[in-house]
Every structure is written in C-alpha cells, then in structure tokens.
Design a protein around this ligand. Sequence first.
Ligand SMILES: [Zn+2]
Length: 469
Amino acid sequence: MNTFITKNFLLQTETAQAFYHEHAAKMPIIDYHCHLVPEMVAKNHQFKNLSEIWLAGDHYKWRAMRTNGVDEKYCTGKETSDWEKFEKWAETVPYTLRNPLYHWTHLELFTAFGVDKILKPETAKEIYDHCTELLQKPEYSAQGLMKKYRVEVVCTTDDPIDNLEYHLQVKNQPFGVKMLPTWRPDKAMAVEVPKNFQNYVGKLSEVSGVDIKSYDDLLVALRKRHDFFAEVGCKLSDHGIEEFYAEDYTESEIKAIFTKVYGGAHLTEVEILKFKSAMMYEFAVMDHEKGWTQQFHYGVIRNNNTRLFNKLGPDTGFDSIGTFNVAKPLSKFLNKLDMEDKLAKTILYNINPSDNDMIATMLGNFQDGTIAGKIQFGSGWWFLDQKVGMEAQMQSLSTLGLLSRFVGMLTDSRSFLSYPRHEYFRRILCNLIGNDVEQGLLPKSEIAWIGQIVENICYNNAKNYFKFD
Ligand SMILES: [Zn+2]
C-alpha cells in the first residue's frame, strides 16, 4: 500500500477514479514534442546512476536547488561527484512542497523504480543505491524506459542542418517506438548577430549542397532540408519565438536585408522584424504544403542572468515568463495564411497564463472545418506545466473552445524519466471532468461517452490529428 503516490492520487471522486482507471490509464503515449537526444535513443544509452538520468541537464531542479541556497557547484559544477549532487537534491526536495517538482519527483520514483518513500536526506542513500542498481538493467536503458512507459511515438526537436542519422538508425532497429524529427528552424531567422547568422548559413549551404548567395538561395536550401525531414517522417515544425512577427514587407526589401546581414552588417530593429516575418511566413507555407502541424512556443524572456549565461550558456534555468502583446500580430499572421488558403494545422503554446483566454478565443477564428481542432491550444507549457497551469489551460479551452478535440499532453522534456507527466496530466483531466459529473454539471447518463472523450484527449485525438502512420 503506497503512502503518497496512491492508486487514486489526485483523483478526488469515484467518477474521476473510474475515468482514470477504466479509460485514461490504458492509453499508450504519443509524445509529440520533446527534447530527447536522438543519439541516446539510437545507441540505447544505459545510465550509470540516478544523478545522470535525473539531475544532468534538468534546469527545473537546478533552479529549485539554487533557490534553496545550494551552491552552483552542486548544480552544474564539474568538481562535485554525482552522489554529492544527489545529496543536495535530496536535501532540497522537502523544500519543494507545493512546487510541481515535489509531485513529479515522487511520481517518477514510484512509476520508474517502485520507490514508495519520500525523498529527503534520511532516505537519499537508500533511494540512490536502489535506483542506480536498477539502472544497470536493460529494461532501464533509454529504449527500455520508453517501452516501460508504453510510448508509441516521440517527436524530437531538430535543426534543419541536422543529418538525422540517429532517426534513420532507429528506424532500422527492432525497437518498435517511432522516433521522428521535428523541424525547428529558429537559427535560420536569428539575424540579430550577423556573425552567428553567417556561420549558420554557411553550414546550411554545406549540408544542403546549395551555394547560398541570396535570399532566394536561402529558401531553396531550406526547402531541400524540409523535403529531407519529410522523407525521414517529420510531421511537425516547432518555433521558439518571443513574439509573433507579422510586419508588412516586400520581396525586394527582404532580399536586401538578407544581403546586408549576410555581408556582416547589423540590421535595424525594423529590418529584423521584417526578416523574421518573411521567414515565419515561408516556413508556414512549407508546412502547409506538406500537411504538417506547426507549433509556436512564444513569450519567454531568456538568459536574464548575464553573469551565469556567460558561464553556463542557455537552458540552464535563467528564463522566465515575458509580457508581450501578441493578439494583433498573431491574428494578422494566421489571417494572412488563411486568406491564401495556406494555413497549416497549428498549435499555440503561451507561457504567460494571462494569454490563456486570448489564445482560446483566437483558435475559433481560424477553425475551417477541414479537420477537428485544426487550430489547437497547446497544453500548459514549461512554467505552466503543473496542476494549476494545466487546469487553467483546460478551463479556458473548455469554456471558449472544445476541450473534447484537444490533442492533449506532451512532455517537452529532455529526460527519459518524464513520461509520468502524461499520467499526471491524465489524472488532472479525469479529476476535472469527474468533479463536473459529481456536481451535476455533466450528465451521469453519458458516462460512457465522456469516458470515450477522456480516451480521445489522452491518445486518439493526437493519433488522428498528426497522422504519423
Ligand atoms: Zn520544447
């Protein structure tokens, strides 16, 4: 009998429990957006201990440890051992109460390793040794864990210049889980630093075999890579942007801007905006032609701490929620594509919860009846990927759109231990709908139908929407 992560964890009513145990729990996982390292999947990486699989690269945990007064050397330092880092994490966990880390931690320990103890200094050694021992077994390898959690498809996040060799390798392995690339061309529109852009275009030129001298050449090269990604099974693009770029521009302006920045000159703010607007449009058109889904993750302000950015680089825990006024440019961007009949399936992820209702109502403007839920409100992302954030996203989507057509959860994670986030989401979903039934807001007579909707949100909607087969 478990003490914390019980069978009915987060399920407050009998109806919620029935939805979860009879419908949600049995569905496989389609993880349509994540940041797993494809090489680790292809080589079926075996982790040497619990710190390697759990702490390395986890900026959520580092942030909590720093906040708890832990020295940086126990987060990202090379001079401390894996055990010393774990010890500091175990000291921090009790202080994470009410942060999603507290739930994630115990859900991951229980579902992956059967650990039914609270992680704290007194239990740290025992838990570390137990999990590290299990990690030596083949079922705890990268591929083993994906199978353990019944993952059917994962979509990684890849740059257009990536040769996708590991995706191709996995295709020829008897693994059985689909690992598909996702087209993330952020660097192809990052023209803020001319030198970086020149370097990137140089690499793109090499990989694509297109001698890039002009904006037209750039597009030809990117199209070739887009085609290649499609051949390897790519069905989605993803864009990490601060804001939506929808500035008016002419072709000749963009050609001149490309020549200027590729020649090494700095652009004005307006030129940067125009160039990004042109690229976003071109990428959107490519995705529409292929029948892909385009994803936009927007609104984060990154690398706020210059001192630690200079020391540790990006994605180390120094990003936060931004405030941007995106409603009008987002509407303009989607409208232009819709007017030209070039609007691809689209998923919008906001990081500022004050945008929830704006996004939920924006969807309805561009649903065109070609596919259910063509324009999607993405599940609570990053800082919003927690109980309150997910409930708020589903409340907005329910009251202003159709929750029933939602493609559901994704991990957006770098870790092979993050699959219980799907379970966490499913329990929260079942609890939300179960409470409605118990309160008479949904009819008990339709319980079988509502159970079907639960299954759809957990799995079937994503399967029908992305069309991975
Ligand atoms: Zn992501």
